[in-house]
Design a protein around this ligand. Structure first.
Ligand code: URA
Length: 465
């Protein structure tokens, strides 16, 4: 077999066999196929797409390219919640502890952020002493002992994806449904959970900018999971503006703690749209995960695991339990327990004012009276990157204390010369502050007519698949 022929076949719209896909992926991972041929192949896939069978073969090959975590030492049904990447997404710190507090084991492998999206592991770096480099036996022991552990993804989980992703990043071949689906699902399948729940982001801050694309990505990923024998479910959620008020590592962790500290969830969200958006996504993700895990646990015949689904008529009961786990503080106590178990100072969770925030707070003011009607959410993520809070390359060091606080959501009014957001900066480089303010101001449109009013009552969870 020759790479030349496989590239040509895909370029001309042909369907590749599993053997041909394996030849390309394994050859590139081992270094036998050079970057220029793999780049050409990726571009051919980008333009010609892949059938369901090809996408599944690509995922399977990448899953099998490295280690696969064996989580069988953890008793119970393990659920892995994963987001496709957005701005202000701190759901892992809320969903994980809530599930663990409700008796569902959470064995979470997470990555660092890249580009405009943040990473769970970076947010944990705000807590002194927190160790994300857990040996597998400690990872498993922690989940068995206290219900949850969060560790940095091991070097050898889906190494083919790691190498291919780096090439996609520099050849503008990231935003392709078969390539995103296989990249995410290969890591999820290698991570060993029993059930996968995906949060597929849709909008200006997501890879998938429109609803049809997000649905197609969600369906592609759930189909891959089911074909692999893992029940995989997805929520498609709005990312046309950041999730919650805070963007930036320490600020996001603070906001997650705020949600887990709510004493009356309904009252709090009734008067705060930003908080309501975040709470809705977290509660729905936790509810679906809890229901699937409990249904799976009660199955006598695990062979029918793939058939479990969400019963709409029973959802309210599960949701009530999730809200109760917030209001009675058990989710917050679980997060503090995880932090302590992994060597961190739990006071940073129990007294979140200890979480470090950059010293210079700069208002971002509206240029005119009106309403926020559109947001380029990716630009809000870029503001954090400019301030030093995000990674331009995998090796970049980051400042976890910087970021942005968004005071208003789309559809809400703003007043001329009044702040609609703040940025938090180190303050040593005035030109960085100027650029961040310019970027954040330019990320929003302000209009006299409120064309975004409907968003104030539209659910953030757009679809369940
Ligand atoms: N996240 C991934 O892991 N891979 C992609 O291709 C996109 C988002």
């Amino acid at each position: 077999m020759r790479a030349y022929d496989v590239i040509k076949k895909k370029r001309d719209g042909g369907e590749l066999s599993e053997e041909q896909i394996r030849f390309m992926v394994d050859g590139f991972t081992k270094g036998d196929i050079p970057d220029y041929q793999m780049s050409a192949w990726l571009m051919a896939v980008y333009y010609m797409g892949m059938s369901a069978e090809e996408t599944f073969a690509l995922t399977k090959t990448m899953t099998e390219s490295g280690d696969r975590l064996d989580l069988s030492g953890i008793s119970g049904i393990k659920v892995d919640k994963h987001s496709t990447g957005g701005v202000g997404d701190k759901t892992t710190f809320i969903v994980g502890p809530l599930l663990a507090a409700l008796g569902v084991p959470v064995a979470k492998m997470s990555g660092k952020g890249l580009g405009h999206t943040g990473g769970t592991i970076d947010k944990l770096a705000c807590i002194p002493g927190f160790n994300v480099e857990l040996a597998q036996k400690d990872f498993i022991k922690n989940v068995n002992d206290i219900g949850m552990a969060i560790a940095s993804q091991t070097g050898n989980l889906a190494p083919a994806d790691k190498k291919i992703y780096a090439l996609r990043d520099v050849t503008t071949t990231v935003d392709s449904i078969p390539l995103i689906a296989s990249s995410i699902m290969s890591k999820k399948l290698a991570s060993g959970a029993d059930i996968i729940v995906l949060d597929v982001k849709c909008g200006s801050g997501a890879f998938m900018k429109d609803f049809e694309g997000a649905i197609a990505l969600a369906k592609t990923m759930t189909d891959i999971g089911q074909l692999y024998g893992k029940p995989t479910h997805a929520l498609v959620t709005d990312m046309d503006e950041p999730l919650g008020h805070m963007v930036g590592n320490s600020l996001e962790l603070k906001e997650a703690v705020r949600v887990l500290s709510l004493k009356d969830v309904r009252a709090a969200v009734a008067e705060d749209r930003g908080l309501a958006r975040l709470v809705e996504v977290c509660v729905k993700l936790t509810t679906v995960s809890l229901m699937l895990a409990e249904k799976a646990r009660s199955l006598e015949d695990k062979a029918v695991l793939a058939d479990i689904g969400v019963d709409p008529e029973r959802i309210a009961g599960y949701e009530a339990r999730v809200i109760e786990a917030i209001e009675n503080g058990s989710g917050l106590a679980k997060l503090a327990e995880v932090v302590e178990r992994q060597g961190g100072d739990k006071d940073y969770i129990l007294h979140p004012e200890k979480l470090p925030v950059a010293p210079v707070r700069v208002p971002v003011k509206a240029s005119t009276d009106g309403y926020l009607t559109a947001c380029r959410a990716e630009e809000v993520g870029m503001t954090n990157l400019i301030l030093g809070g995000g990674r331009a390359t995998k090796e970049s060091a980051i400042d976890v204390t910087v970021g942005a606080e968004l005071l208003r959501c789309l559809g809400e009014p703003v007043k001329k010369d009044q702040p609609f957001a703040y940025i938090y900066a180190a303050g040593d480089k005035p030109e960085v502050i100027d650029e961040a303010v310019r970027r954040l101001t330019g990320a929003y449109e302000i209009s006299a007519v409120n064309t975004a009013e409907k968003r104030l009552t539209t659910p953030v969870v757009m679809e369940y698949i």
